[in-house]
Design a binder for this molecule. Structure first.
Ligand code: MN
Length: 376
């Protein structure tokens, strides 16, 4: 399989390379794409020797070109599209963040390339557009996120009409046991300490507010074409059960594995095959699996996300973009942790919904939300 990794220097990109490193006979890195981290990208190029390299940032692209005369370093959105169009590439790992991923994704869907999704905007902001297109072109969308990978595996070969509920598990984040009063004073440092998963700062903050789970519910709604009232969130601090599916006969199928991103990444890459992995789930060490309901009062971001899907139209896109800016402002020390939800609630209340049928409308709502969230 010939793989292009969009976002190879990020957390998912690095884990993808870790998986590929274990299976050199199965996967070949054909293209590496990064936004601006050229130092790490240069090391990755030396190790994997890809045919195509893109640095999204023009200046950084030129800088890397000076260092590597043997490679033709592409840049910008044209570079991303050029890589997608290469006939020798059959698998796209979409691990870059933001709406920049939408255009290359749409192109890849039209060209019927296998797409492994780790980018949130694809299904949150453009869910209807993307899933309709994938259906039209018969393109496989394979989830990389552990929850969606779990649901995908539990649903495999089942009849949709017999599914009564999708149950997404949530670790609960670092503030699961905090009181409302304690939550009013949490610091950036505390919010960045996730108990189970190692992720980038944006995702770690989203996990602390449970917005991450909210966005995942929106993704599941579009990816599995499930009404929102059939999707539930359950707190499971051990992060061993990655998600579950309840069927009409009250059978519940769960997907369990050691909590590491390499397992769902490997599955997405190798699907429908399974490849061996060393990360064994040792039940003698993970003998306690507990579950508890979500406290929506303490984590209003999750409520806002579920409400956004119910409202439909441009609300999920608006919510995601506004949240991104509010999280940035929290990381910069400009607003408090509870401000994220408070400000988001106000922003959503004043949003005029739009129909989200085109890429242009999605990008314009995304931009509008970001502008408004930086001012409030
Ligand atoms: Mn997840």
């Amino acid at each position: 399989m010939a793989v292009a990794i969009f976002g190879s220097t990020g957390s998912i990109g690095k884990s993808t390379l870790e998986v590929i490193r274990c299976h050199p006979d199965k996967f070949k890195v054909k293209a590496l794409i990064a936004k601006s981290n050229i130092n790490l990208l240069e090391r990755q190029i030396k190790e994997f020797n890809p045919e195509y390299v893109v640095v999204f940032d023009h200046e950084k692209s030129k800088e890397l070109q000076k260092r590597l005369s043997g490679h033709n370093i592409l840049s910008g959105i044209d570079g991303l599209l050029e890589v997608v169009q290469k006939p020798s590439i059959d698998t796209i790992v979409l691990a870059m963040t933001g709406t920049t991923a939408l255009e290359p994704a749409i192109e890849a869907i039209k060209l019927q390339k296998k797409i492994c999704i780790a980018n949130k905007e694809l299904l949150v902001s453009a869910g209807k557009l993307i899933t309709d297109l994938a259906k039209k072109y018969g393109t496989a969308l394979l989830p990389i996120d552990s929850e969606h990978s779990a649901l995908f595996q539990c649903l495999n070969g089942e009849r949709k009409k017999e599914v009564s509920k999708l149950i997404l598990t949530a670790s609960g984040g670092p503030f699961r046991t905090f009181t409302k009063q304690e939550l009013a004073n949490v610091s950036v440092k505390q919010a960045l300490e996730h108990p189970k998963w190692k992720m980038g700062p944006k995702n770690t903050i989203d996990s602390s507010t449970l917005m991450n789970k909210g966005l995942e519910v929106i993704e599941a709604h579009f990816l599995f074409d499930m009404p929102i009232d059939k999707i539930e969130v359950l707190v499971h601090p051990q992060s061993i059960v990655h998600s579950m599916v309840e069927f009409c006969d009250q059978t519940v199928m769960a997907n369990l594995s050691y909590p590491t991103m390499t397992i769902p990444i490997r599955y997405a890459l190798s699907y429908p095959e399974r490849l061996p992995s060393k990360e064994k789930l040792d039940f003698s060490k993970h003998s306690e699996l507990t579950f508890e309901p979500v406290d929506f009062d303490k984590f209003p971001c999750l409520f806002l996300a579920l409400d956004a899907v119910k409202k439909g139209m441009s609300y999920p896109c608006y919510l995601n973009a506004a949240n991104e800016i509010l999280v940035e402002r929290f990381l910069d020390g400009e607003i408090s942790w509870i401000d994220i939800a408070d400000k988001l609630k106000k922003l959503i209340a004043s949003h005029t919904p739009q129909n989200m049928l085109t890429l242009e409308s999605i990008l314009s709502v995304d931009l509008e939300a970001k502008k408004e969230a930086s001012k409030i």
